[in-house]
Design a protein around this ligand. Structure first.
Ligand SMILES: [Cu+2]
Length: 123
């Protein structure tokens, strides 16, 4: 083949590769949007410790290791004991501050393994 044909083929391959990668990028975008309302559980900590979400949002706790619980200090939500790989989700309908803790490694009032979900009104 001549140089011109080779260049055309190379160009077509680049376009095809870019087109094939598109669904992967869309999935990455979707994943990062979801991660916004996510709290990771690892090393006997909630990460982030404080999360701010909008009314109606669902927060998901993802347990990466150990045995933990997610209990609202006021009892408005309680998870079962979560093993590594388990998730827990709760939807927050009303604006307010929702402190929570792990019953095994923390306690009410922000002691040790604990965190806060701050729910703000929709604009
Ligand atoms: Cu714990």
């Amino acid at each position: 083949m001549n140089v011109r044909t080779a260049k055309l083929i190379a160009f077509a391959l680049v376009v095809a590769a870019a087109a094939l990668r598109l669904p992967e990028r869309v999935m990455l975008l979707a994943a990062s949007a979801q991660a916004e309302n996510q709290i990771t559980i690892a090393n006997n900590k909630f990460e982030p410790q404080t999360i701010t979400v909008v009314e109606g949002a669902t927060v998901t706790w993802v347990n990466k290791e150990g045995l933990h619980t997610v209990n609202a200090d006021d009892g408005s939500f309680t998870s079962k004991a979560l093993n590594a790989g388990d998730n827990f989700s709760h939807q927050f309908a009303k604006a307010g501050k929702y402190p929570f803790h792990c019953t095994f490694h923390g306690s009410k009032g922000g002691h040790k393994m604990s965190g806060t979900v701050v729910v703000v009104k929709k604009k």
